[in-house]
Design a protein. Structure first.
Lengths: 110, 112
């Protein structure tokens, strides 16, 4: 099972770029990396998914180095509404039991 | 396209009772998985169903069970409720095992 490690918390200010890194040393060849955002009392919301190099969509970018042992979620110009917990998930890979880490609590200050 | 729908959204039960939670996946999705989320343990995988068959099960006691119907809708049941079962129960769906999973808003269960 691909275990993930993320910082427990991060602080930022409105308008700044935020980068959250996730370590997944034992990622399998057929694993994808997916990031989710979760607000209190709501289900996690899909943000972005990638396999290697860089993926960008309208809300975020995902950077994955060649060895794929880590990944970085980049949120450009954050706002107060980006305050949430962010999870990275690595899978499916083989006997798929999704294992979420504790997530990163991002607080954006005015 | 409608997302994953879970009912009920909130419920309160008494210790010893049982509860059934319902999940309607995104149209066309055949895989449904369930998770328990608590402040102490985080997001934990309960089980996954695909085409009415349980494919994977997390490390939870037998009091936690589930099933999937032919229309891919799923239910999970917790019997003999304990205080520690108070949690947010999340359902997620995907087209198959190797596809992105999408979560519902969850069912908040409080056991008193």
């Amino acid at each position: 099972l691909a275990k993930t490690t993320q910082p427990i918390s991060m602080d930022s200010y409105e308008g700044q770029e935020v980068n959250i890194t996730c370590s997944h040393n034992n990622i399998a060849t057929n694993d994808y990396i997916t990031w989710y955002q979760q607000f209190p009392s709501q289900g996690p919301r899909f943000i972005i998914q990638g396999y290697k190099t860089k993926v960008t969509n309208e809300v975020a970018s995902l950077f994955i180095p060649a060895d794929r042992k880590s990944s970085t979620l980049s949120l450009p110009r954050v706002s107060l509404s980006d305050t949430a917990v962010y999870y990275c998930l690595v899978g499916p890979g083989g006997s798929y039991i999704p294992t979420f880490g504790r997530g990163t609590s991002l607080i954006v200050h005015p | 396209k409608a997302g994953v729908t879970q009912t009920p959204r909130y419920l309160i039960k008494t210790r010893g009772q049982q509860v059934t939670l319902s999940c309607s996946p995104i149209s066309g999705h055949r895989s449904v998985s369930w998770y328990q989320q608590t402040p102490g343990q985080g997001l934990q995988f309960l089980f996954e169903y695909f085409s009415e068959t349980q494919r994977n099960k997390g490390n939870f006691p037998g009091r936690f069970s589930g099933r999937q119907f032919s229309n891919s809708r799923s239910e999970m049941n917790v019997s003999t409720l304990e205080l520690g079962d108070s949690a947010l129960y999340l359902c997620a769906s995907s087209k198959g095992r190797e596809n992105t999973i999408y979560f519902g808003e969850g069912s908040w269960l409080t056991v008193v």
